[in-house]
Design a binder for this molecule. Sequence first.
Ligand code: ZN
Length: 401
Amino acid sequence: MNTASRPGSPTGLRDANRRRVLDVVRAEGSPTQAEIAESTGLAPATVSNIVRDLGAAGVLVAGDEVRAGRRVRAVRLVRGAGVVAGIDFGHRHVRVALADVADPAATAGHTSPPERTEARADLPDGHGVVDGLATAARLLDGVLDRAGIARAALRGAVVGLPAPLDHATGAVGASGVLPGWVGVPVAGRVSEHLGVPTWVDNDATLGTLAEQRWGALRGVDDGLFLKLSDGVGAGMVLAGRLYRGPDGTAGEIGHVAVEPGDRFAAVCRCGHRGCLETVVSTRTVTAMLEPLLGAPLTVADVVARAHEGHAPARRVLADTGHHVGAALAGLCTVLTPRRIVVGGELAQAGDLLLAPLHAALEATALPGTTRTAEVVTAEMAERAPVLGALALALDHCSVRL
Ligand SMILES: [Zn+2]
């Protein structure tokens, strides 16, 4: 279980209709079934069936009320209908967040992310699936505890992973990118462990979804989201839709060769040489400066020193931006995105990284194709993937029951 149902399929249509009904209930509080039919344009019988199904699933409750002297059937969201979890794995961290199924953030057009409880833990680089899942489960129990919510109230979870995923099996595809997880049907394993339906998606795709729904890609029909962290990934919104590619593996810009043909370029974890990820990542930035500034360094340290005018720190961040811009230029020439949203840990560098990125794009992309492309930082910073996981979990668990 890791793909959205196809929009044109019977399930897709059912989900879309359920979402429209839920959106009206979330927006209006306690509309009547007749009002829902009017707002959604759905037939009264369809509304009635949806209210019955979502009622049986414990999401909606319908009751008779008297309004203006007339007896009406009013529909409300069930408070405490349950919670969903977003779980975002990085190469060296895991973040868990919980949100209520009835949170208004799930409504189409809502502009801010859901109220949530969050926790984060470090993971050793190269961690395996057993350790990763155990840490995530411990964090999840902690956030449930803090929020005073029983495990039984959990309705579903979405897991983000920094690797290409095979959409058919939900397993990590490319060997080497996340070695401890290769071939593991992650959604099934997490679902077994938590006892709730679970879906899995690429972390940059989830980041794109969060920025599209509540952040810097809101209202942008053609845009890119870049995740610059330990790994480098991208997500694309094309003609208003999140683009995953036929296999769900689109957007792996971290493995675009920026030093093609150089037999001495660094070897990437994917097995090729000279990938963007070998020259641009959190660890490359810190490793280049640790001999000068002392170890261990964080990205925040590097950014602070750069703001103080430390020339090597400024140089490393500028070169990082330049490499990303050069790698993006071809994509921009072909796709002509209107906005490029930079997220992940390295986005903390702001203009120190964004300005050279933009300059490299301008210098390399076909003149004119980037004229209207803005380069901005992600509104949700490094939280974008976990918020995207919550967005998808809210979609799945309030609509697809
Ligand atoms: Zn690579």
